[in-house]
Design a protein around this ligand. Structure first.
Ligand code: FAD
Ligand code: FES
Ligand code: MG
Length: 289
C-alpha cells in the first residue's frame, strides 16, 4: 500500500496528496507522471508528479475530481493508501537555458506546471507564468508560482480574481509587444486550452510544448489507448510523451478521443455512488453487507 501522508483541499474539487512512494520519488523529474490504482478493483489513472522529495521518499499529486476514480481518491484521508503508484513514467521536460520562456497553466494544469517553471528558473531562464482558471476557487499555488517566476499573470474566466480573461489574451499581448523575446512556450491544462495556446503561438513561430492528457490504460506503449495523431504520424503519449510540439498535434482527433467513453464514465460514477450510499445506509442501521 502507498500511504497518504498529507491531504490538502485546494478547492471543492481539487485535492493535494503527499504519498509515500520512495522508488518513484528517487527517480522522478519534472514533466513525468505516475499511474495510480486506488484499490484492488480500481482502474489505472495517470497523474502528473506535481512535486517530489527524494529524501523523504514522497510524491505530491494534485487531482481534480472529475469522475469515479478521482472522486473515490478524494474520499481517502491521511493514513489510507493507494493500491499501486507506478512510475515515474514518460519523458522528463527538456530543461535548458533557453532565455525568456512562458509557462501557461490552466486549472489543475497549474500543478504539473509548477516543477517545470521551477526547474526552468533554476536553469537560468527568465520565466513568465500565466496561470488561469474558470473562477477564483479553482486557483491554487499562486505563492509557489510567484516564487519561481520573474513575471506572474493570474487570470480567471469570470473575473473573480486577477485579470478577467482567458490565458491566451496576455500571451498574445506579450508575443505582440515584445517580438522575438520569448523563445519557448509550455502549456498544460484542458485540451481546448492547449489547442488555443498552440494556435496563438503558431503565427509568431514560437516553439510550443504541450503535455497531452489522452486516455491511458497500460502506460507502457502496448495498448494503443493513448495514441495521438501528429503531423509526422501517430505517437503514444505514455512512452513518446507526455510532452509534444503543440503545432503538430491533430487537436480535433485528440478532443474526440478524450470524450470517447463519456457514457460509460457517467455510468461508473453513478454505480459507485449508489454502492457507497448502500454501504452507508447499512452502517447506519448496524448491518454489515
Ligand atoms: P472518468 O469519469 O473516468 O473520466 C473523466 C475524463 O477523464 C474522461 O472523459 C477522460 O477525458 C479522462 N480520463 C478518464 N480515464 C482516463 C485515463 N485512464 N487516462 C487519462 N485520462 C482519462 N488529472 C489531474 O487531475 N491531475 C493530474 O496531475 C493529471 N495528470 C495527468 C497526466 C497525464 C499524462 C494524463 C494522460 C492525464 C492526467 N490527468 C490528470 C487526467 C486524469 O488522468 C483523469 O482526470 C482521470 O483519469 C479521470 O478518471 P476518473 O475515473 O476520475 O474520471
Ligand atoms: Fe497504452 Fe499508452 S497507455 S499505449
Ligand atoms: Mg474513470
Amino acid at each position: 500500500m502507498y500511504k497518504i501522508l498529507e491531504k490538502q483541499v485546494l478547492s471543492d474539487v481539487t485535492k493535494l496528496m503527499v504519498v509515500a512512494a520512495p522508488h518513484v520519488a528517487r527517480n522522478a523529474k519534472a514533466g513525468q507522471f505516475v499511474i495510480v490504482i486506488v484499490d484492488e478493483q480500481g482502474e489505472r489513472i495517470p497523474l502528473t508528479i506535481a512535486d517530489h522529495d527524494p529524501v523523504a521518499g514522497t510524491v505530491t499529486l494534485i487531482f481534480q475530481e472529475v469522475g469515479k476514480s478521482t472522486i473515490q481518491m478524494g474520499t481517502l484521508n491521511v493514513g489510507d493508501g493507494f493500491y499501486s503508484v507506478a512510475g515515474p513514467l514518460g519523458h522528463p521536460t527538456e530543461i535548458e537555458e533557453y532565455g525568456t520562456v512562458v509557462c501557461v497553466a490552466g486549472g489543475v494544469g497549474i500543478a504539473p506546471m509548477y516543477p517545470i517553471a521551477r526547474d526552468l528558473k533554476r536553469a537560468g531562464n527568465r520565466v513568465i507564468v500565466i496561470m488561469g482558471a474558470r473562477t477564483k476557487e479553482l486557483l491554487f499555488w499562486e505563492d509557489k508560482m510567484a516564487a519561481v517566476s520573474d513575471e506572474l499573470i493570474v487570470c480567471t474566466d469570470d473575473g473573480s480574481y486577477g485579470r478577467k480573461s482567458l490565458v491566451t489574451e496576455p500571451l498574445k499581448e506579450i508575443l505582440t509587444a515584445r517580438p522575438g523575446e520569448v523563445v519557448k512556450v509550455w502549456a498544460i491544462g484542458p485540451t481546448i486550452m492547449m489547442k488555443f495556446v498552440s494556435w496563438t503561438t503558431q503565427p509568431f513561430n514560437v516553439p510550443t510544448i504541450v503535455s497531452l492528457n489522452s486516455i491511458m490504460i497500460d502506460g507502457t506503449g502496448m495498448c494503443g489507448g493513448c495514441r495521438v495523431a501528429m503531423t509526422e504520424g501517430a505517437k503514444f503519449v505514455c512512452v513518446d510523451g507526455p510532452e509534444f510540439d503543440g503545432h503538430q498535434v491533430d487537436w480535433a482527433n485528440l478532443m474526440s478521443r478524450v470524450q470517447y467513453y463519456r457514457d460509460e464514465e457517467q455510468a461508473a460514477v453513478e454505480h459507485w455512488q449508489q454502492a457507497r450510499d448502500h454501504v452507508c445506509n447499512l452502517d447506519r442501521v448496524g448491518i454489515t453487507d
